[in-house]
Design a protein around this ligand. Sequence first.
Ligand code: TXA
Ligand code: MG
Length: 340
Amino acid sequence: MTIQTQPLSINEIQKAADIIKAGGLVAFPTETVYGLGANALDEAAVKKIYAAKGRPSDNPLILHVLDIDGLSSCVEAVPQTALKLIAKFCPGPITMILNKSKNVPYATTGNRDTVAVRIPAHEVARRLIELAGVPIAAPSANTSGRLSPTTAAHVLADMHGRIDAVLCGDACSVGIESTIIDLSSGLPILLRPGTITKTQIESVLGVKINQSAATLADSVAPGMKYKHYAPDAPMYIIRGEPHKVAEYINRRISESGLPAERVGILTSEESAGFYTCGHVINVGSIKNLEDVARGIYAALHRFNEAGVEIIFSESFRHTEVGLSIMNRLEKAAGNNIIDI
Ligand code: TXA
Ligand code: MG
C-alpha cells in the first residue's frame, strides 16, 4: 500500500500508525533520509526490517521517539551530556547511543547493551510516532548496501513489494543521515559525522572529541563496516585544483569512448561551467555545504536512474559539514580516490 496524498492528512498517518501497531513495516520521511519503521519493542516486527533490507542482524537500529520521556523509556539513564545535546539540537538530526533499558529487545540493538535513539524533527515522523504510541525503530529505507533514500520515489523504486506502506512526503531537507554520538561510556565518541558537527557538539559539551570520526566509525558503529551508500556505477573522487580536476574529467570522458550522457559528473556550482560534456549534476555552492549535503544522495540516485556507466565526483573540503559529505562520497566511491 502506498499512502500518497500530499500534504499527508492525519487519517493517512493514522493508517500507517495502525500498521506499525499491528507489527508491520512503514517507510516514512524524516528530515535526514526516509526511514523504514517498525515497533521497536516488538521483536517479530523488528526482524521484518532486517529481512526486508537484507541487513546483517548484528547491525543495530535507531529508535525514533518524540521527546525526553520517550527517550527515557528506552534507556537505563539519561546522562547530563545527553540532556545538554537534547536541549541544543533536538528535535533534529542527531542520534545518541546510551545504555539500553530492559524494554528494548536485543533484536533491535543487534545484541548490544546500548541503544541508538533519536528525536526527529520532521512533522510526519513525529505524528507517526505519536499515533503509534511506541518507539519506532527505523534504519534508512533502502536495501542494505544501497543508497539512502531522500524521496518517497527512491523508497518505492528500491523496496516496493517488501514493505507494507510508504508515507510519501517531501524530499528530505537535510539529505544525509543523522550525526551519531556515543554517550554510553565516560568519553563522548563521534561514530558517524552528520550536519550537526563535532565542533558544535564540543562547544555544547565543553569537552574535546579528539578521535577521528572515520577511524572510530569503522571500528565502533557496526553499520559503518559494511559497504554503504553505493551507486550502481563505479565512482571516482578526483582531488586537486578545481580547474585541473575538470580538465582531467573532461579528458577521461573523451578517452573513454562512452557516450557523454553515460558519464556522471558530480560538481559544485563553482566548477559546473568547466565541464564540456557528461551528465553533469551541480549539487550547490561550496559556500553552502548544507545545500551540498542535501543534494549528494539525490544526485547519486539520478545517476542510477540515468544508467550512467561511470561517475566522477569532485572533492569538498574535509571540515565541518564537508567532512560528513566526504564521508558519504568516499563510501559511495569505495575509497576510489584519484589525486591529480
Ligand atoms: O538519519 C538517520 O539516522 C536515519 C533516519 C531514518 O533516522 N537512520 C539511519 O539508520 O541512518 P541506519 O540504520 O541506516 O544507520 C544506523 C547506524 C548504523 O551504522 C548502526 O550500526 C549504528 O547506527 N548504530 C545503531 N545502534 C548502535 C549502537 N547501539 N552502537 C553503535 N552503533 C549503533
Ligand atoms: Mg543506512
